[in-house]
Design a protein around this ligand. Structure first.
Ligand SMILES: Nc1nc2c(ncn2[C@@H]2O[C@H](COP(=O)(O)OP(=O)(O)OP(=O)(O)O)[C@@H](O)[C@H]2O)c(=O)[nH]1
Length: 569
């Protein structure tokens, strides 16, 4: 596939903010030098890309879902760099690249790629026996696969590795089990600081969304602050918390809590337990006692993804000692290597049921082995993105927006709505992580981007409803721009830049939407083509042409000098 640096294209054409810079969507080696990129968002007041990219993807995703197209994977596989497990992804890419120019996979030509795969997995902190088995399974299949017309050997290997990764992580999503009669009891165990207490509340929040009533039981009697923490979190997610202080035995608290839940006809009881710095006999005995008292439907061990293969070892030990039904992997958002996600099932035999991907109450999701494999191979997490997008954006909204984009009527109200939708989906970094090919953004760049979103919101809020609907009014009136600047406490130049940006975006988004009407993520060549046509003046009457020229002049005059990352100053 043709190697194109979309980062450069995007940066130029999307007015790409923070996250364009380090990203090389198509991973050809000679990367674009950062200082050749222009990034108006960083260090300026015109953050348009998260916004336009989000629209781009949201709309793309709707089309994709509607058409049931699965071309995303075929297009992206093996050529897009993921932001999440960067090193593992590039290690695997090194393996594919060794097969360039080969016609068929053979015992000889896969030796080098398999060595790369082995190294990449070990560096990702996957346990050695798992790596050995994995490499063997991939090798066996690769040699036997033979020639498939139209499929290159490197693509074949990507497919085999993908399928094996999915298998390694358990294959299917492993759903929580619910009791058929009486409350479902979920007992949470884990070492100190792994996120157990937070998970209790997140889990309640997650189950509430599925229409289940929940109760939390504060069984960590050794750390009084844990009881307070659970009570606060319970309030936050609006779920009752059963507490009995620190003088009662955990198994007794658990029994009382369960009895209370039964009385109140609660669907799910989630029991928090005490953690320890490391496994000790007292903790295990206590857990056994609580388990016996409750006869729980699920016993889930909470483990920290950042501990790598150690997490897998813990799951094994807890399973042998007390018998568990699965694991919850927290702090996946901070895990750059992926070893825990890859090792837990294979090492312990127990599935990862849920993953925590942030500190907010919404940041708990089912664990999808195929999506995780997609992330590792650099395909992003399109499906998670779809789900999040669906949560915050109605289909009608998306269609309405699409119409507006196509008729270049996209206004500041849409702008604000979309920006807020991004905020609802989580932090900017999280949204970026879910979009295939969106590369790493440094924390500083993300902070800057988020700050800029706020600046922008302030300016839009200072506009009159009419101005928000008709940005032309602002484009044509310095007096109005001055008023908005004064009303928002920003400079006139900042307001001018924002208005200019909206006009630029109208054209860009229209062009981009145009290429995506087919229902699949655009290939680079047609995306680039669309971007090239961006500067062309749309056909119209002489009057409209004149207007658009004056607007174009305005846009040019308001265009900010490149600042921040990628600029010279
Ligand atoms: N980034 C990130 N932080 C998390 C996640 N889950 C939990 N945390 C944070 O991890 C820290 C510890 O979480 P707690 O819930 O107090 O951990 P705990 O296991 O209950 O700790 P003990 O009560 O001491 O056993 C808190 O600051 C949480 O906000 C996650 O998925 N991602």
């Amino acid at each position: 596939m043709e190697a194109v640096h979309l980062s450069a294209v995007a940066s130029r054409h999307f007015s790409t903010p923070s996250f364009s810079h380090n990203r090389t969507l198509y991973s050809s080696s000679s990367s674009v030098k950062p200082n050749t990129l222009c990034s108006p968002w960083i260090g300026s007041t015109t953050p348009t890309t998260s916004f336009s990219t989000r629209n781009l993807f949201t709309n793309e995703i709707w089309s994709w879902v509607n058409s049931k197209s699965v071309t995303v994977r075929r297009d992206m596989r093996g050529v897009v760099r993921a932001e999440m497990f960067g090193q593992l992804t590039s290690g695997l890419e090194a393996a594919w690249s060794k097969l360039k120019g080969e016609e068929v996979l053979t015992k000889e030509n896969i030796v080098e790629p398999m060595r790369d795969i082995r190294r990449a997995l070990l560096e990702a902190d996957v346990s050695l026996p798992v790596v050995r088995r994995f490499v063997q399974a991939v090798t066996d299949q690769a040699v036997g696969v033979g020639l498939i017309r139209g499929v290159r050997p490197d693509q074949q290997l990507v497919k085999i590795v993908h399928d094996e990764l999915v298998k390694l992580m358990g294959g299917e999503v492993c759903e929580l089990v619910f009791s058929k009669s009486g409350p479902t009891v979920i007992l949470l165990a884990g070492l100190q600081g792994v996120g157990k207490t937070t998970v209790c509340a997140k889990l309640a929040n997650y189950l509430k969304k599925q229409g289940k009533s929940c109760m939390l039981v504060a069984g960590d009697v050794y750390r009084p602050a844990a009881i307070d923490q659970l009570s606060i979190l319970g309030k936050q997610v609006d779920v009752p918390v059963y507490t009995a202080g620190t003088d009662v035995k955990p198994s007794e608290i658990a029994k009382q809590g369960l009895a209370d839940a039964k009385k109140k006809k609660i669907d799910v009881v989630i029991v928090d337990t005490a953690g320890r710095l490391q496994i000790d006999k007292t903790m295990m005995d206590e857990l056994k006692e609580v388990k016996q008292a409750l006869n729980p439907t699920e016993v889930l061990l909470v483990v920290d993804a950042m501990t790598g293969q150690e997490a897998a070892a813990l799951v094994t030990t807890f399973n042998l000692e007390i018998g568990i039904t699965g694991a919850i992997l927290t702090k996946l958002d901070g895990d750059s290597r992926g070893g825990a996600a890859l090792s837990v099932k294979e090492v312990s035999g127990k599935p990862i049921k849920l993953v925590g991907r942030g500190e907010r109450m919404e940041d708990l999701e089912p664990f999808y082995p195929d999506r995780m494999a997609g992330r590792i191979l650099g395909m992003g997490d399109v499906l998670s993105f779809v789900e999040k997008a669906q949560e915050v954006m109605q289909q009608e909204d998306a269609e309405e927006l699409q119409k507006k984009i196509m008729s270049a009527k996209f206004d500041f109200n849409d702008f604000l709505k979309q920006t807020r939708a991004v905020a609802k989906m989580g932090s900017v970094s999280r949204v970026i992580g879910m979009i295939p090919g969106m590369g790493k953004a440094t924390p500083a760049q993300i902070r800057e981007a988020e700050k800029n979103l706020k600046v922008m919101e302030a300016m839009i809020e200072a506009m009159t409803p009419e101005e928000r609907e008709k940005p032309e009014l602002l484009a044509e009136s310095p007096v109005r721009r001055k008023r908005v600047a004064q009303g928002s406490g920003k400079t006139e130049q900042q307001v001018s830049q924002l208005v200019a940006q909206l006009f630029q975006m109208r054209v860009r988004m229209k062009n981009l939407m145009g290429v995506m009407q087919g229902g699949s993520i655009p290939t680079l060549s047609n995306l680039e083509e669309a971007l090239k046509t961006e500067e062309k003046v749309p056909p119209g009457t002489a009057r409209r042409k004149k207007r658009s020229e004056s607007r174009k002049q305005f846009v040019e005059s308001a265009r900010p000098a490149p600042r921040g990352f990628g600029s010279k100053n």
